[in-house]
Design a binder for this molecule. Structure first.
Ligand code: SAM
Length: 281
């Protein structure tokens, strides 16, 4: 039984970290004409009006996109400014932040005629929301398990493939399931660019995901983590957001380092960013 609904968390600091990374990755992929299949294994609703009851309950966007939006005219980093301009473009009134775009929206933006997008969502209500959004014809929505779905889809017809795995980690075993899926995806599509999001929680279960991937023999795993606060200060709840990029485009690390250097002070005095190669070449 799935209970997680991303609308309660839409636009939080983890979304900013995840979607900026996603935006940067797709920006690199678009530099070549060869077609790409994007696969989003855990799509969510696609677009989040911030005024909904769910989002207003926790208002997590106030510690995420909101402080960045407020400073959008003064930012100097090119990647960050361009990402925020894209968010401005998604608003019905460009002066007001009323919608936060989720991963299906971010992945549908760069679609060219030759590209494909497949969006998996297992929660019936969330899938219904996703189905009500307008997406380009190349975007296919599937009501089903994204981990089984991505494995079954490979190999794809396009020369390039880019996968986002962004689970809610409601069950501890998901860390293992995600690692197993990533290994199987890379067995079938060695050059796939894969992004895996994970939460930094006091229990530290994400370490299992990192360790399994490290032991698997997969090379080129870049890890980036955005911490909102130090773990000791909050005994419960997510204190940081983690992102793995397997087979990252060349230069992605430096570009995100620069953008994150501008973001972290805006998220509060205790916020910090760390990134490294979890597994090198
Ligand atoms: N990727 C979205 C974004 O960035 O906007 C947010 C996704 S949210 C963190 C996780 C979503 O995965 C939830 O909507 C949940 O219903 C869905 N979900 C959970 N298990 C799933 C599975 N096995 N396959 C597909 N979707 C699943």
């Amino acid at each position: 039984m799935l209970s997680y609904q991303h609308a309660y968390h839409a636009g939080n600091f983890a979304d900013a970290h995840k979607h900026l990374t996603l935006y940067a990755v797709t920006d690199y992929l678009l530099r070549k004409k060869t077609s790409i299949t994007y696969i989003d294994t855990h799509a969510g609703r696609g677009l989040y009006p911030l005024a909904t009851k769910e989002t207003q309950r926790l208002q997590e966007y106030r510690e995420g996109i909101w402080p960045l939006w407020q400073k959008r005219e003064q930012l100097t980093d090119a990647l960050l400014s361009s990402w925020l301009k894209t968010i401005v473009g998604a608003q019905p009134d460009r002066n007001e932040l009323t919608l936060y775009p989720g991963s299906p929206w971010w992945l549908s933006q760069p679609l060219r005629e030759q590209d494909r997008l497949c969006l998996f969502e297992l929660h019936p209500g969330e899938h219904q929301h996703l189905n009500s959004q307008a997406f380009p014809v190349q975007a296919k929505r599937v009501y089903g398990d994204g981990l089984a779905g991505v494995r079954a889809m490979l190999p794809v017809a396009t020369p390039r493939v880019c996968v986002l795995i962004d689970p809610s980690f409601e069950r501890k075993v998901e860390y293992q399931e995600v690692a197993d899926t990533a290994i199987q995806v890379l067995e079938k599509a060695r050059h796939a660019v894969m992004m895996i999001w994970y939460p930094l929680l006091p229990a530290g279960h994400h370490q299992m995901l990192l360790d399994v991937l490290q032991a698997s023999g997969i090379r080129k795993i870049w890890r980036s983590e955005l911490l909102l606060r130090e773990p000791e200060e909050q005994a419960r709840g997510m204190f940081g957001s983690g992102m793995l990029v397997i087979n990252p485009p060349w230069g992605l690390d430096k570009r995100l380092d620069a953008a994150m250097a501008e973001i972290t002070p805006l998220l509060g005095a205790d916020s910090r960013y760390q990134a490294d190669w979890w597994v090198g070449e």
